[in-house]
Ligand binder design. Structure first.
Ligand SMILES: NC(=O)c1ccc[n+]([C@@H]2O[C@H](COP(=O)([O-])OP(=O)(O)OC[C@H]3O[C@@H](n4cnc5c(N)ncnc54)[C@H](O)[C@@H]3O)[C@@H](O)[C@H]2O)c1
Length: 300
């Protein structure tokens, strides 16, 4: 890789000689990201700037942080969320992000939202599925068996909702022009959880739904390969989002102490940062990536 100075920021550097680290004829663009030099291979990358991105659950938590980051990187971002959450977000929606009311479990609502995204004119290349719910409940407790409807709801939102958005968005991405000679068109990122692997007592429904999201990753990547769409999943540990807003300081300290390193809760923008990395990394496909500070959840 050639040694580049800060003065190179914004410029395009071409391979001038064998052994320079680039394929002959390839070019790289030099970007300044939060004060660091980042070099991107212009030939094969899915460009965030100029693309349309869908982020479900975009009104809150991980989805809101991801929508903000992609908008700051120049994407036209559409956050799909339920009306109550959109109302709650109020004026806090960042520039470049449009929130569209759509329940991820509805074929009609998601289709209508994607039609609006396509109408924007920016090619849809990025989909990040963050919409999700979690309810605690044991298979059997002193109050009797787990409520069947609660189980159904968690599976419907987290698993079926993710699938629903993925299938309809993939159809729109498949209609865009490829961005490189390998036929790449876009990237889907789904959100599982460490509970997909170590569900705690009371997480039966949530773990089943997130295990399903993890399980879809490889077959989805295989199904969508012919359309040039990569599919990856992020499995976060404990992230400081509104999901944790109600917990006491003592409980929060206990959660932090359980994370080996760094011993703190994850930050929503760290999820967004990993999403960006997945989008920009052409060879990352069919993978579930844990983002958890080496946390392995105890039974309770
Ligand atoms: N925060 C964590 O510690 C953590 C850890 C692991 C996984 N996750 C997962 O990350 C995702 C985001 O979680 P978060 O912490 O940002 O939660 P959050 O509650 O802040 O955000 C979730 C968003 O999803 C939206 N949503 C719920 N049901 C929907 C539906 N049917 N249609 C459209 N939108 C819907 C909500 O309105 C909300 O805006 C979830 O899938 C969650 O399971 C979170």
């Amino acid at each position: 890789m050639p040694i580049l100075s800060r003065r190179a920021v914004g410029s395009t550097v071409e391979c001038a000689r064998a052994g320079c680290g680039l394929r002959p004829g390839a070019s790289i663009r030099v970007q300044l990201t939060k004060g660091q030099l980042a070099v991107t291979n212009e030939r094969t990358i899915v460009e965030i700037s100029g693309s349309a991105a869908i982020v479900t659950g975009g009104a809150s938590g991980l989805g809101a942080a991801t929508a903000k980051r992609f908008a700051e990187l120049g994407a036209t971002v559409f956050g799909l969320d339920v009306p109550q959450s959109i109302e709650r977000a109020g004026d806090s929606v960042p520039a470049g992000v449009t929130l569209i009311p759509a329940d991820v479990t509805s074929g009609d609502e998601v289709s209508a939202a994607i039609a609006k995204v396509v109408e924007s004119g920016a090619p849809l290349r990025i989909v990040v599925n963050c919409a999700g719910v979690g309810w605690a409940g044991r298979i059997l407790s002193k109050n009797g068996p787990h409520d069947l409807e609660l189980f159904r709801t968690v599976i419907t939102v987290n698993l079926l909702g993710t699938f629903n958005v993925m299938r309809l968005a993939a159809d729109a991405i498949a209609k865009t022009d490829p961005v490189d000679e390998y036929g790449q068109r876009g990237v889907v990122i789904n959100t599982a959880s460490v509970a997909a692997f170590e569900g705690q007592v009371g997480q039966i429904a949530y773990s089943a739904s997130k295990g399903g999201v993890h399980g879809m990753t490889v077959p989805a990547a295989r199904d969508l390969a012919q359309f040039g769409i990569r599919v990856n999943t992020i499995a976060p540990g404990i992230i400081d989002t509104p999901m944790l807003a109600g917990v006491t300081e003592e409980y929060r300290k206990g959660l932090e102490a359980g994370v080996p390193f760094p011993s703190r809760l994850g930050r929503p923008d760290e999820y967004a940062q990993l999403s960006q990395y997945i989008v920009e990394h052409d060879y990352l496909n069919g993978e579930t990536i844990r983002m958890d500070g080496a946390l392995r959840m105890a039974p309770r």
